[in-house]
Design a protein around this ligand. Structure first.
Ligand code: AMP
Ligand code: GLY
Length: 416
C-alpha cells in the first residue's frame, strides 16, 4: 500500500505515524513534508497539483490524504478524482465551507444551523449601523488571511467602530482588513469537533479543545494552536448529540443537496453557550494540533479513511482506543511574531506512552534542527487526562533547543 500525504506540519506527521503503526507495510510519500517525515517515508520536492497527479499515477499511489487546506482550495481533489485516483478531502466547491467565510455563513443560515449574527462589509456606515444593533462585547474580524490574528473583541460600541474604521482604512491589517466581519459575541467554551464524511454518512471523532493563545491562562496573541487534548469531558452526551443532529448532519445533508457533497474531514470550530453549540467556523481538514492527539487514538486509520473515499462509512466501524491524549506544542523563540534562528534539537530517551510529532524541523547530517514556528508536538497518552498530561510534559522537558517555548497548562479546562 502506497500513501501520499499533502502538507508539512505535525498534523501530517501524526497521520503518517498512525498509519504506519497500524500497518508497517505502508509506504509513505509526503509533499512537501518536513525534516521529521524524512524518517517515515519519502519527501517530494514539488507541490504543483499537475505534478502530484502524474506522480500518483506513475508511482501507483493507492490513497492520497490531504492535510493542509491550501491544496484543497487549489482543487487537488477535483484533479485527483478526474484522474480516477483515490483522495481523502473535499472538492474545491465543497472546500468553500472554509475558503469563503461568506459562503459558510450563508450556508448556515440557509440550513438553520446556529451561528453568531454577523455582517461582512467594506462600508463603514453599514458597519456602524450593525454595530449599533448588537449588544456588547462585539467581535470585529479582518476578512483576509491574518492567520487568526485579525480578531478583536471590543468591549464598547465606540471601540468596535474604531477597530472597524482602522481595519477598513488599511491602518491595522493592510489590505487584509479592507473587508471586515462584525459578529455577535458568543459567551461560552470552545470545542473542536471532527467528522469523517463520505458524502452521505459521517462518524464523529472524540471532542478536542485547542489552545489558541500563546501564553498560559489564554493570554498573549492568537497562534495556530499551542496544544490540544482529547476526549474532552466538557463535551457531554447531550452536547455531542446536539452537535451531531443539529450541526454535522444538516451540514452533510445540505452540502449534498446543494451539489457539493462533502467527503473528507469536516472540522467544526464551535462555541458552546449554555449547553447549546454554535458554529464559529468550519474547516475542511484536520486541525493542527488537534490531529496530533486524535490520530494516536484511532486503531484503524486506513480502514476508516478508505471507507470515506469509497463511500462505505455506514458499513465500517471506527475503532478507538479507550485512552486520553494531550499534545503540547514546542515553538520557536519568536513565534508567532517573526522568524527565529535555526537551533539544534537535543533529545533524551523518549518516555513510554509518549511520542513526538514533528513540524518546523530540518534534518541535516543526521542532526535535527528547529527551523521556526511551531517546531514539534509532545504527545502523551494515558488512562485519564492527568496521566496523559504528565507524560506530555515529561517529554516536553526532555526535548531541548535554544529558545523553546511552550504553554504549561494544556488541558487545564478539565483539570481545574
Ligand atoms: P477565528 O479567527 O474566526 O477562528 O477566531 C479566533 C478566535 O476568536 C476563536 O477561536 C474564538 O476564541 C474567538 N472568537 C471568534 N468569533 C467569536 C465570537 N463570535 N464570539 C466569541 N469569540 C469569538
Ligand atoms: N487548530 C486550529 C486549526 O487547525 O485551524
Amino acid at each position: 500500500m502506497k500513501i501520499l500525504i499533502l502538507g508539512s506540519g505535525a498534523r501530517e506527521y501524526s497521520i503518517a505515524l498512525a498509519l504506519q503503526r497500524a500497518d508497517n507495510n505502508i509506504k509513505l510519500f509526503f509533499a512537501p513534508g518536513n525534516g521529521g517525515t524524512v524518517k517515515l517515508g519519502v519527501n517530494l520536492s514539488f507541490t504543483e497539483i499537475d505534478k502530484l497527479v502524474s506522480f500518483a499515477r506513475d508511482e501507483g499511489i493507492d490513497l492520497c490524504i490531504v492535510g493542509s487546506e491550501d491544496f484543497l482550495a487549489r482543487g487537488v481533489v477535483d484533479s485527483f478524482e478526474k484522474a480516477k485516483l483515490k483522495i481523502l478531502g473535499p472538492t474545491q466547491k465543497a472546500a468553500r465551507l472554509e475558503s469563503s467565510k461568506a459562503f459558510m455563513k450563508e450556508f448556515l443560515q440557509r440550513h438553520k444551523i446556529k451561528t453568531a449574527k454577523f455582517l461582512q462589509t467594506s462600508d463603514l456606515s453599514e458597519a456602524k449601523k450593525f454595530i449599533n444593533s448588537l449588544q456588547t462585547p462585539i467581535v470585529v474580524k479582518a476578512d483576509g488571511l491574518c492567520a487568526g490574528k485579525g480578531v478583536i473583541i471590543a468591549q464598547t460600541k465606540d471601540e468596535a467602530l474604531n477597530v472597524a474604521k482602522d481595519m477598513l482604512s488599511g491602518a491595522s491589517f493592510g489590505e487584509a482588513g479592507r473587508c471586515v466581519i462584525i459578529e455577535e459575541f458568543l459567551d461560552g467554551f470552545e470545542l473542536s469537533i471532527f467528522a469523517l464524511c463520505d458524502g452521505d454518512d459521517f462518524v464523529l471523532l472524540p471532542a478536542c479543545q485547542d489552545h489558541k493563545r500563546l501564553k498560559d491562562k489564554d493570554q498573549g496573541p492568537n497562534t495556530g494552536g499551542m496544544g490540544a487534548y482529547t476526549p474532552s469531558s466538557l463535551a457531554t452526551k447531550k452536547i455531542l448529540k446536539d452537535i451531531e443532529e443539529h450541526i454535522i448532519a444538516p451540514t452533510v445533508r445540505g452540502m449534498k443537496a446543494e451539489g457539493a457533497e462533502f467527503k473528507g474531514v469536516l472540522f467544526a470550530g464551535l462555541m458552546i453557550v449554555n449547553d447549546t453549540p454554535f458554529v464559529l467556523e468550519f474547516n475542511v481538514r484536520f486541525g493542527d494540533p488537534e490531529c496530533e492527539v486524535l490520530m494516536p487514538l484511532i486503531e484503524n486509520p486506513l480502514d476508516i479513511f478508505l471507507a470515506c473515499v469509497e463511500k462505505r462509512l455506514s458499513k465500517t466501524r471506527l475503532k478507538l482506543k479507550d485512552e486520553f491524549a494531550v499534545g503540547v506544542v514546542c515553538a520557536s523563540e519568536n513565534y508567532p511574531y517573526k522568524a527565529s534562528l535555526r537551533a539544534e534539537i537535543f533529545l533524551d530517551q523518549i518516555p513510554s506512552n509518549s511520542h513526538i510529532s514533528y513540524a518546523g524541523v530540518s534534518l541535516e547530517d543526521e542532526k535535527l534542527y528547529a527551523t521556526g514556528g511551531r517546531v514539534l508536538v509532545c504527545v502523551g497518552l494515558g488512562k485519564d487526562i492527568k496521566e496523559a498530561q504528565s507524560r506530555a510534559y515529561e517529554l516536553c522537558k526532555s526535548v531541548k533547543f535554544k529558545g523553546k517555548q511552550y504553554r504549561s497548562d494544556i488541558a487545564y479546562q478539565v483539570l481545574r
